[in-house]
Ligand binder design. Sequence first.
Ligand SMILES: [Zn+2]
Length: 464
Amino acid sequence: MKIYNTLTNKKEEFIPIETNKVRMYVCGPTVYNYFHIGNARPLIFFDVVKNFFEYIGNKVTFVRNITDIDDKLINRSIEEKIPVSQIAEKYTKAFFDDCNALEINPADHHPKATEYINDMIKLIKELVEKKFAYEVNGDVYFSVSKFTGYGKLSGKKLEDLQAGARVEANKQKKHPADFTLWKRAKQGEPKWASPWGKGRPGWHTECVVMSRKLLGGTFDIHGGGIDLIFPHHENEIAQAEASKNQKLANYWMHNGYLNIEGEKMSKSLNNFFTARDILKKYDAEAIRFFFLSKHYRNPIDFNENIIKESSQAVKNFYNCLKSVDYLSFKDEKLNDPDNERKANRDLFLQFMNNDFNTAQVIALLFEIASVVKNNDEPLYRKKIYSHLLVEFGNVLGFFQDLDNKLSNDLSDISGELIELIINIRNLLKKEKNWEIADAIRKDLKEIGIILKDTPKGTNWSINN
Ligand SMILES: [Zn+2]
């Protein structure tokens, strides 16, 4: 299988360190706010990466950290007038609630930065001893010019970083790109004792320590959004290699940006949506479909139409499975005289093995669904293709609650049908055709659907 590695800027054959085992680390949230819809992209995508590695027979160890100490949390605590620890607790819970609502499976480990402070201090000490870091007035910085490999991930050059440095740059630093490993605590800020006085670790140090601690010296995949390449991941590499002279991760994977109707999402443009906001209108699978319908490295544009189409596409998959009464044969062993299962699995593997091309897999799902829906197809073929739809869909994280959704009598489509009947009845009433309007109401009542005419319109309910 091939993975695009940001470190080498090319697709490379993926070879895990240990056969049939994949160890991966994806940068998790800084818990100072509800996460926005752009943050949902790496959550959903790496969820699929994990599923796929398992599907092809690997044991996966997946770590997604929680950054629960950072300047952003401190600022938020001042804004909300509650202690930093409570900010962390509140938004960590919100993070897990929202992930759950998005049907994102938990990672194997969710280390919190504050639980690894001693290990962080140890790493910083090591870097100071090896002269890769220096202390000024209780702050400790990493000296980028001491580390020859600096820029290897992002392609940035030290001279350019120097030239691009802003005038008001921190005078304590030897080079403007030097980054903070340890930050001295100001009055009232959370703090831990260290050889350099009381303070807290820098964000870039947190991830190096937690990933290594839980996954070992060098692990397979380090992932995150494209915005993390510089400086975050560049700085992680610098610390890891300076301290241990050993790669942090072999493959660096980054997902592309999300735009909102062609614009960058920002609070000032008033186009900032939290995942929570979007989940009020659309369900998790529509959001998942939206993200996976584009290759993860491409930018993706969010707008109402696309998400509506995504929602419709997911509904179609469900309707398709309903139309063949999938649950009645879901565990059946099926004969496959033309070996179509293998042919389709080969295609599925080919797409996924090519740097996780979920967009092509989704196109394949449409083709598979069209066989299931086609009434000219023999039943055995419809059944085989239904199984495939669910098998591949599951790897992409769809159909997680399939039994429930299919056995639920009142599907979305029947809701839409009732609305449609109500609209027709309203037209009849407008034409004063009371007789047929009444007959519709009576007939619906007989099958347990109750219509109630109110001054504001007609409501309906199911009489169980
Ligand atoms: Zn990180």
